[in-house]
Design a protein around this ligand. Structure first.
Ligand code: 5AD
Ligand code: SF4
Length: 440
């Protein structure tokens, strides 16, 4: 028997790319590939790329350049670009970087085995179609390998919102929800392989409307079906749009014990003028009222968000409105970005904010968000939380896991195993994590 071929995948960007990379590894696993952690001994290198901001795409090109020596040493090495840069730039990638043998868009991963075979014959292959077939059905898990306690599961993909700054509707395509029975089967399979917590993924996950036994289902209805899966202990979902936050989902946060008290609900900006120009179709006020309703259903819920500063035509006053909104919400975590021009999106044509001014705003926003994040984390001290243990800690006897609120928690003298859940009293709050002790 010949030695297995080795596959090195580097993943950029969001959790959906992490999920997709696992599926690509499984698809190529069927062709005799095993994963390696080092590009140096790979027979095939795949970069699963992100196009959300400019820097992300540039990183891919510089990474590709670094493989030049490797390819010279190993002429049989195949190099592929997957993900959103592949979708957005297609042929341009091969033109700019002749080292690349294969370009595959996010909707074509199930075709990777055929593409790999073609690439082996020396052909350059490109597939950035949006085919009709369900790529996930074609990418069914082959070996029943054991898994860690947490997993992602894509339930919805694509977006029809067309925020003026965002490439997702172009790179991931129109919104498509997977049928509920397939998701439930995949969840069951994950649980049989050791998974205790599933994070449902979608660019617009709360717009989920997949086919169920009695017509389309909402995300909340899907969550209630997952709630019945024995052995599955925790359910999370990300990322949501404020306008799709339906009543049944808000209610589920108060009534479904497996649904974790954590919600990532990006607002992007606090000025109604900017929100309108972003084509967000909500106001600061409507977002704040929504947060109020969610907190009424689940008072201890941790709210997370995304922000963009320096969007075209943002004035100091507009930015101040973002700070005011942040003050009002009090975020437990948040991701904030300087606006980055994406060619082909409507905002790319507009008057850009001075980059230094935008940098200054980003710093001020991040200072406030970091302070809030710290306050929320510190408020956990002396409280009892449930922790799902994910790995051993750095010190003997120490275990590390996540609380319901997604805070990392270190527990010393911990006799629990990976995948166990335990009640923990929080004793102290550090830079990026909490420390606690098992409650006997
Ligand atoms: N520039 C900066 N940030 C962006 N995001 C999306 N597009 C851009 C862009 N062009 C941010 C948004 C989104 C997150 C995933 O990335 O905040 O919610
Ligand atoms: Fe992009 Fe999210 Fe807006 Fe869709 S809703 S266009 S994914 S920022």
């Amino acid at each position: 028997m010949s030695a297995p071929k080795k596959l090195f995948i580097k993943t950029y960007g969001c959790q959906m790319n992490v999920y997709d990379s696992e599926r690509m590894a499984e698809a190529l696993g069927g062709e005799g590939y095993v994963e390696t952690k080092s590009a140096d001994d790979a027979d095939m290198i795949l970069l699963n790329t992100c196009h959300i901001r400019e820097k992300a795409a540039e990183k891919v090109y510089s990474e590709l350049g670094r493989f030049k020596g490797l390819k010279a040493e190993k002429p049989d090495l195949k190099i592929g670009v997957a993900g959103c840069v592949a979708q957005a730039e297609g042929q341009e990638i091969m033109r700019r970087q002749p080292l690349v043998d294969l370009v595959v868009g996010p909707q074509s991963y199930h075709r990777l085995p055929e593409m790999e075979a073609k690439a082996r014959t020396g052909e350059k292959v490109l597939d950035t179609d949006f085919p009709e077939e369900d790529k996930f059905e074609k990418l069914k898990n082959r070996p029943k390998a054991k898994r860690g306690p947490t997993a992602f599961l894509t339930v919805q993909e694509g977006c029809d919102k067309f925020c003026a700054f965002c490439v997702v509707p172009y790179t991931r395509g129109a919104e498509v929800s997977r049928p509920a029975d397939r998701i439930l089967r995949e969840a069951q399979d994950l649980v049989e392989r050791g998974v205790r917590e599933i994070t449902l993924l979608g660019q617009n996950v709360n717009a989920y409307h997949g086919a169920g036994p009695n017509g389309d289902m909402t995300l909340a209805q899907l969550i209630w079906e997952l709630d019945k899966v024995d052995g599955l202990e925790r359910i999370r979902f990300t990322t949501s749009h404020p306008n799709d936050m339906q009543d049944d989902l808000i209610e589920a946060h108060g009534t479904c014990a497996k649904l974790m008290p954590y919600l990532h609900l990006p607002v992007q900006a606090g000025s109604d003028k900017i929100l309108k120009r972003m084509n967000r179709a909500h106001t600061a006020e409507s977002y704040l009222r929504l947060i109020e309703r969610i907190r009424a259903a689940r008072p201890d819920i941790l709210i997370s968000g995304d922000f963009i500063v320096g969007f075209p035509e943002e004035t100091e006053e507009d930015f101040q409105a973002t700070l005011d909104l942040v003050e009002e919400v009090k975020y437990g975590t948040a991701y904030s970005f300087k606006y980055s021009t994406r060619p082909g999106t409507p905002a790319a044509e507009r008057t850009q904010v001075d980059p230094q001014e935008a940098d200054d705003r980003l710093q001020r926003l991040q200072a406030l968000l970091t302070k809030q994040q710290r306050e929320v984390q510190d408020s956990m001290v002396d409280r009892d939380v449930t922790v799902l243990f994910e790995k051993a800690g750095r010190f003997p006897g120490q275990m590390v896991g996540k609380s319901d609120y997604l805070h990392a928690v270190h527990v010393a003298d911990c006799d629990r195993a990976i995948g166990d859940l335990a009640r923990v009293r929080i004793l102290s709050s550090g830079a990026n994590s909490l420390a606690g002790a098992l409650i006997e």
